[in-house]
Design a protein around this ligand. Structure first.
Ligand code: FE2
Ligand code: FE2
Length: 417
């Protein structure tokens, strides 16, 4: 998938048409790939789901993965619409039915902030060596050299900046998904106190879209397209009719992973405006994940059959692996290195490069304890997390015990460690 400047250029189909119409018309870099590279990219997208072991999980994610593949093959779609199949639950008795959610709603009202109040007049130089977006050693330069790529110091700084743009772009896309998921969940959740709380989350997510979009547009002047795997997960939960799957997909998986990633960026970045943006978003996100834990603990421990709980356990595990194994910043690879190194070499490089591998691992720091808290880490599945190297997070604090400022303190603890 290609990088998209904020003022989007012609899509791949238009370029293809231009090439056929006029052989002299120059093709963009992304269309100059060899057939082998294109096949490799599509095979990788298909591979996203074919490695899944559970047929029900495969069936639930396959249509979304195919839509992601279609996007990859046809170029970027700036706008699309999806059918929603969930039920809107009204309650004309207006019950006070979930005290913990009522308390969370009260906190959320107190915690609102105005994105316009941030220091947007801060001058940001993405290539500044003094206030780096990401630390210099985020990439293992020796390993990159061993992979056959030699970069100048200026190119190294630019690559680091692009990796940060890529992360923030994925945060932005995830926030758009969270905005619409929060809207759907507010309609579909059966707890009336949950609807009050959900309304605050809708506002929070709109603000998160606002700050990430504004930072990318006005400070970094660049944006990457949505990652295939993130797209697949967001797409799947938007069209799923079950409210608890939307909660599991967005509040626990996507937001839990994002919280780990935000925490890492908060610790690493030296750019003060970005640090402030991420810090404020973290405080909101901690409430959202807490909301997911409250709702799903109730549902999963009291209202699911063994078969239904097992299905969700498998789904969460496969999605966790999907995110961990496939989040290789391929969009950055395609812009920088396609044609200079193979996709497989890049994947190996990011898997072994300290900063990149830590980024992917850290995402699980918040997710795994939350899966435990909602009852999706049974003795049946826990050894599989262990086998994937995710067991180290098994005993961390879940969202209901780690909110607000306590979470930032926990992040500082992670830095000290
Ligand atoms: Fe958010
Ligand atoms: Fe959120």
């Amino acid at each position: 998938m290609r990088v998209t400047p904020c003022a989007a250029g012609p899509c791949a189909a238009v370029w293809a048409w231009r090439i056929m119409a006029s052989p002299a018309a120059p093709a963009p870099r992304s269309l100059r790939h060899t057939l082998g590279q294109r096949i490799d990219a599509c095979a990788e997208a298909i591979d996203v789901v074919t490695t899944m072991r559970d047929p029900r999980v495969l069936a639930s994610l396959l249509p979304s993965a195919l839509r992601a593949l279609l996007l990859r093959c046809t170029g970027d779609a700036s706008q699309e619409s999806l059918p929603a199949r969930h039920k809107v639950v009204f309650d004309w008795a207006y019950p006070a039915d979930f005290p913990a959610m009522e308390e969370l709603y009260a906190r959320a009202k107190q915690g609102q902030w105005d994105a316009a109040s941030l220091a947007w007049n801060t001058s940001v130089d993405p290539l500044s060596p003094e206030k780096r977006l990401l630390p210099y050693d985020f990439i293992d330069w020796e390993l990159l050299k061993a992979s056959g790529i030699r970069l100048t110091e200026h190119e190294k700084t630019k690559l680091l900046a692009d990796l940060c743009v890529w992360m923030l772009s994925q945060f932005l896309h995830g926030e758009q998904g969270a905005l619409f998921a929060a809207l759907q969940v507010t309609e579909a959740v059966p707890f009336f106190d949950g609807k009050f709380y959900g309304a605050t989350q809708v506002m929070d997510e709109a603000r998160h879209v606002e700050v990430y979009r504004r930072y990318l547009e006005t400070k970094l002047h660049k944006r990457y397209e949505v990652n295939d795997n993130l797209y697949t997960i967001i797409d799947a939960l938007m069209v799923d009719s079950r409210w608890d799957m939307k909660f599991l997909g967005m509040q626990i998986m996507v937001e839990g992973l994002a919280l780990g990633a935000f925490g890492m960026l908060f610790r690493l970045t030296e750019e003060p405006l970005l640090k402030d943006v991420v810090r404020r978003v973290i405080l909101d996100e901690a409430r959202h994940v807490h909301y997911g834990v409250l709702a799903l603990r109730e549902k999963f421990t009291k209202h699911l059959s063994d078969r239904e709980r097992r299905e969700r356990e498998e789904w969460a595990f496969e999605v966790a692996l999907l995110m961990r194994n496939r989040f290789y910043a391929m969009e950055v690879y395609e812009e920088w290195f396609e044609g200079r190194m193979s996709r497989a070499t890049w994947r190996e490089f990011t898997a072994r490069s300290k900063g990149m591998s830590e980024f992917r691992r850290t995402m699980f720091r918040r997710l795994v304890p939350n899966l435990r808290a909602i009852g999706l880490l049974s003795p049946r599945i826990a050894p599989r997390y262990d086998a994937e190297g995710l067991g180290e997070y098994m005993h961390g604090l879940a969202a209901d015990r780690l909110t607000g400022e306590a979470l930032l303190t926990d992040l500082d603890g992670a830095r000290a460690a």
